[in-house]
Design a protein around this ligand. Structure first.
Ligand SMILES: [Zn+2]
Length: 252
């Protein structure tokens, strides 16, 4: 690793020293969204997590997933399937932020979709599915969130630290590899390092909560791949960081 590569991570290392002093290990988990078929981009992600033995939770679009994708996920012990809505369709009004699980739809219609999503995941993956719902665009109406448990899901995963209204456990992501506002560009490693540092600071005040790293293999530019690789390389072998599967973090 080059000297400049090392300097990216110095702020994280300073924060991690506080975790070590408290006798705590920082727990990271990886969630990758929008999988539905086998692509070169998915192969690249799977190769990278394989190289570092990092578990990845794949948020899969149930109504679109191919048999080949299902087979690959079932065959790879590092891949954990979660449901990414049902169709990943937008039901927001023209002026509103994108949402599948809410917007112009009744709560009954959303819950019916979620039941179908849950059934498709159970048929495809059986006990392997972590029973986690990842709402497309990280958005779900409060009314639907309050009734998620009735549809068979028992974990909800969105983005950020805001408290959940959900009737189920929450396991969120906090650091997004892509800057969606600036033309979907991959963030450089310096920026990811500073965002991880900030997330660790917040997590330290939340009883050392796990930090979720969010990726979207189909949307990665060269910068996103380079940064992800740099993050994996830097974290490898550090005894104060543990990459965890969602299953581990949920105690299942
Ligand atoms: Zn998505």
């Amino acid at each position: 690793m080059t000297a400049s590569g090392d300097t990216h991570w110095r702020p994280v290392e300073a924060e991690l020293a506080l975790w070590s002093a408290a006798g705590r290990t920082a727990r990271l988990w990886l969630r990758d969204d929008d999988a539905y078929e086998l692509t070169g981009a998915l192969d690249r992600l799977v190769d990278m997590v394989g190289e570092h033995a990092i578990a990845a939770t794949l948020a899969i679009i149930p109504a679109l997933m191919t048999d080949a994708l299902v087979a690959q996920v079932r065959d790879n012990p590092l891949l954990f399937p979660a449901a990414h809505g049902l169709w990943h369709r937008n039901h927001a009004g023209p002026a509103d932020k994108k949402i599948e699980l809410g917007g112009g739809r009744s709560v009954e219609a959303v819950l019916a979709d979620l039941e179908e999503s849950r059934d498709l995941m159970a048929q495809a993956f059986g006990a392997l599915a972590v029973n986690m719902l990842v709402p497309p665009w990280n958005r779900i109406s409060n009314a639907a969130a309050e009734s998620v448990s009735a549809t068979g899901f028992d974990v909800l995963s969105t983005y950020g630290w805001k408290p959940s209204t959900a009737s189920v456990d929450h396991l969120n992501t906090h650091v997004d590899l892509i800057d969606w506002q600036s033309g979907r560009q991959g963030k450089p490693a310096t920026r990811i390092a500073s965002e991880i540092t900030e997330a660790l600071r917040v997590a330290r005040d939340k009883d050392f909560a796990p930090i979720g790293i969010l990726t979207h293999h189909l949307a990665h530019d060269a910068a996103a791949w380079t940064t992800l690789k740099a993050l994996f390389n830097w974290s490898a072998g550090r005894d104060n960081i543990a990459w965890c599967s969602a299953t581990d973090l949920l105690g299942r």
